[in-house]
Design a protein around this ligand. Structure first.
Ligand code: MN
Length: 197
């Protein structure tokens, strides 16, 4: 039993040219698969077995195996889900209003988000989160996640580990981030937001 590697809703080459097929294949079938297997190994036969992934993240900040691999499992599951070959554009409805309330405009939110992603030194993530009913931008190192310490619940996130972009972009993290907006599925991000209202 344990956790299962989620299947992608699209082919490995579906996000081309923004994310290349080989990066997607390795990222999903090797990296995410390893986080999933190592998470299962860490909880198998313990009293953690059977808990939700969110419970595990909140309760195991001092347990490196569960923190790193549980974070890796959760973070990548969100990442695949908020991308689509039909992505791009802008959000509408409740999410659009909330972004304008919190950041002034969609473009300001993108700027703040890209800055968080660019200034994350080394490996980690940038997030658009819901915290106390409003939106905020956070970033975390390694496979940490804002859920772990109650900082917020991510509705959108970008992986800025080099394994997410280096084959295509080399050290060009800024180019990866600006291209990535073209695959963000705002319909899913809006659903993530509305689920938390
Ligand atoms: Mn990754």
């Amino acid at each position: 039993m344990g956790f299962e590697l989620p299947e992608l809703k699209y082919a490995y080459d579906a996000l081309e040219p923004h994310i290349d097929a080989l990066t997607m294949e390795i990222h999903h079938s090797k990296h995410h698969a390893a986080y999933t297997a190592n998470l299962n190994s860490a909880i198998d036969g313990t009293d953690m077995d059977g808990k939700s992934i969110e419970e595990l993240l909140i309760e195991n900040f001092d347990n490196n195996a569960v923190r790193n691999n549980g974070g890796g499992f959760w973070n990548h599951s969100l990442f695949w889900n908020i991308m689509s070959p039909n992505g791009g554009g802008e959000p509408t409805g409740e999410l659009s209003s909330a972004i304008n309330d919190a950041f002034g405009s969609f473009d300001s939110m993108k700027e703040d988000f890209a800055k968080a992603a660019m200034t994350r030194f080394g490996s980690g993530w940038a997030w658009l989160c819901v915290s106390d009913g409003s939106l905020c931008i956070l970033s975390t190192p390694n496979q940490d996640n804002p859920i772990m310490q109650g900082e917020g619940i991510p509705i959108l996130g970008i992986d800025v580990w080099e394994h997410a972009y280096y084959k295509k972009y080399g050290p060009g993290r800024a180019d990866y981030i600006s291209s990535w907006w073209n695959v963000v599925d705002w319909t899913i991000v809006s659903e993530n937001y509305e689920t938390l209202l």
